[in-house]
Design a protein around this ligand. Structure first.
Ligand code: ZN
Length: 267
């Protein structure tokens, strides 16, 4: 049985909006999805749930983008709430599907790890073939933009994080980034976790702390207070409230502390 909030997904609808440069929020009230414009078409980062694809498409077209201009769809990790819409979005856009190599097997098969039954009560994952598995150090190029792929396993084996550059309202270059899997709840979880997860998660956090991200995006909107920042942006706050390098550092620090407590202070 799906979780209560997934029974009527129309209630998850939120208005889409621009964040900074060519980055737009096209997710719902529970899960983020971001569309990034380039001169050669667009990249979609995560597609949220299979059952929220209509909301996603509505958000994209409401901003004036054509679905067929989406050339690449990247998944931050292979869980239903982030890549559940990939199969259907492939059909609607013809885009290439990209995912961290460590999660390829599970999304192609639709294993319990990827269905998110434990969290959302979903069992109907739409499997898909990954066109391009991503590895640490890969650079995804589209138009004038270069997306650096950071392998940050832990939440899942194939969790990736991304960074790239956008220009803000004043024409200054800003490093935009997203940590693809901050949830420590899978670590040590019988169905959702994997043996090396806790150690890899710790290493990923150490690494992420070194990235000088200025505009950080949540893979769920609560992580970076997406909607609070949007309200401030709408109210005319300057500089753009999404430019928040201290918030990024504090976010990683907070997860590190939680991880340390969970693992009994051993890391
Ligand atoms: Zn997840």
């Amino acid at each position: 049985m799906p979780a209560d909030f997934l029974k009527d997904v129309t209630k998850l609808a939120v208005e889409p909006f621009g964040i900074v440069g060519g980055v737009h929020y096209v997710g719902n009230s529970n899960v983020s999805a971001h569309l990034v414009e380039t001169s050669e078409g667009h990249i979609l980062m995560d597609t949220a749930f299979g059952r929220t694809v209509e909301l996603l498409c509505h958000s994209i077209t409401k901003l004036g983008f054509a679905l067929t201009d989406i050339k690449l769809i990247i998944g931050t990790h292979g869980h239903e709430d982030h890549v559940g819409g990939h199969a259907e979005m492939k059909r609607r856009t013809g885009a290439q599907l990209l995912l961290g190599r460590g999660d390829v097997n599970t999304v192609e098969k639709g294993t319990p790890m990827t269905c998110a039954e434990h969290t959302y009560g979903l069992t109907d994952f739409a499997t898909f073939a990954v066109d391009r598995p991503l590895d640490r150090g890969d650079i995804v190029l589209l138009g004038e933009k270069a997306f650096a792929v950071h392998s940050t396993p832990g939440h899942t084996p194939g969790t990736i994080s991304l960074t790239w550059t956008e220009r803000d309202e004043d024409g200054r270059e800003r490093l935009v980034g997203a940590f693809g899997g901050p949830g420590a709840w899978t670590l040590g979880h019988e169905e959702q976790g994997y043996a090396a997860g806790p150690v890899e998660f710790g290493k990923s956090l150490e690494y992420l702390q070194t990235l000088p991200v200025e505009v950080w995006l949540g893979v769920h909107p609560g992580q970076n207070d997406t909607f609070g920042k949007y309200e401030r942006l709408k109210a005319g706050e300057k500089p753009n409230p999404f430019i928040d390098p201290e918030g990024w550092k504090a976010f990683i620090r907070r997860i590190k502390e939680q991880h340390r407590e969970r693992s009994g202070g051993s890391e």
